[in-house]
Write a protein that binds this ligand. Structure first.
Ligand code: GLY
Length: 358
């Protein structure tokens, strides 16, 4: 008689599937957190710009509107990941609502150029393959992040710009919108004030409303994306860091996924996104070489990101980054008084924040 035969039939029927489920569950619960993350964890972080953002300058309504918009974008990305979708789909799902929301400097409501136009930049990177796509200085594209992804998937190139990118958009059925859909009174006033008072872009826009997202999916793949209108009054075809792979955006499954917001010229000079990922990769290779002796424990990615942002500050630049690691850490690092941001993970984290003391 086998062991199971000594149980009454009803008990056997109950015991078999229940015991199996319990056994599986107890193994999962017994695993350390990082192992659980490695198996099925997901993680996402978003930003909607960094800069001089002070509580006393915000009305309660403005504060609530930003938090609601961030939560909406975060929820859209988290839903994709929770349902087993890819990191690439999640970041696109998170960025598109922010591109449609005039609160942010991306897509609709983006800042105006010196000539009163709206020129949009975006990039996306798949950490699994290190494929990437970007568009720079495009007009009339509702979702530049979707167009950047099409450049990645449907062209042999990484970056397209201006009229050529717009022709590619038309050929690939990208969603187009008329100029009046993008332009807002608030951005028109900023440009006029800049010209009248001979101010710099930093004086009129005390914050950078670039948007971005980074994610780890439950298959262990990372992705990053960034989208922006750039800086008020930009001219001569100025392009910032957002569409530059390695500056505003980078993703590599072996190290991290990063999206940046801030004064683009400094982020290009430091190569912020790639520098953070590269330093993590080097540290991890030391671990491997030292038979797993930990060099990159909890908190390491934060220290490393802070050091790169300090480098930006020392040069005179400001802004911030969001970052996700292969083990599911979702981090922010910024050298400004605030950054519109949020993060969610399969471990139950779900938060949005604005000021540096949150
Ligand atoms: N970080 C956006 C820009 O400088 O254009």
């Amino acid at each position: 008689m086998d062991k199971m035969s000594c149980y009454p039939l009803r008990m056997r029927g109950f015991f078999t599937p229940f015991a199996r489920a319990l056994a599986v569950l107890s193994v999962i619960v017994a695993l350390p957190a990082t192992a659980q993350e490695d198996q099925a964890g997901w993680s996402i972080a978003i930003h909607g710009g960094a800069g001089t953002i002070a509580r006393e300058d915000m009305t309660e309504e403005q504060d609530a509107a930003y938090r609601a918009a961030l939560q909406n974008a975060l929820d859209a990305g988290a839903k994709v990941l929770r349902e087993g979708g890819s990191a690439m789909d999640a970041i696109q799902a998170a960025i598109e609502p922010m591109e449609d929301d005039p609160l942010f400097n991306a897509g609709r409501g983006a800042v105006l150029t010196w000539d009163g136009e709206i020129e949009l930049d975006a990039s996306i990177m798949d950490g699994r393959t290190r494929d990437a796509g970007a568009v720079a200085g495009v007009t009339g594209i509702r979702h530049p992040i979707a167009l950047a992804r099409k450049v990645m998937s449907d062209s042999p190139h990484v970056m397209l710009s201006g009229k050529g990118a717009e022709a590619f958009a038309t050929e690939h059925d990208a969603e187009l919108m008329p100029p009046e859909w993008f332009e807002t009174e608030r951005r028109r006033e900023s440009l006029e004030r800049m010209k009248a008072e001979q101010l710099s872009a930093i004086d009129v826009d005390v914050k950078f409303g670039t948007v971005g997202a980074v994610a780890l999916d439950s298959q262990g793949n990372l992705a990053a994306g960034t989208s922006t209108g750039g800086m008020t009054g930009k001219r001569w075809g100025r392009i910032g860091d957002a569409p530059i792979i390695g500056a505003g955006t980078y993703a590599d499954n072996r190290s991290c996924a990063v999206s940046a917001t801030g004064w683009g010229e400094y982020f290009i000079r430091v190569g912020v996104a790639k520098t953070i990922c590269e330093r993590l990769l080097v540290a991890r290779s030391f671990e491997t070489a030292n038979n797993g002796m930990p060099a990159t424990g909890s908190g390491f990615a934060q220290i490393l990101s802070d050091s790169v942002m300090e480098d930006v500050r020392v040069l005179g630049g400001d802004g911030g980054v969001i970052l996700v690691t292969p083990s599911g850490e979702a981090l922010y690092s910024f050298n400004t008084s605030g950054m519109y941001r949020g993060r969610a993970t399969s471990q139950g984290v779900n938060e949005v924040a604005i000021y540096s003391d949150e």
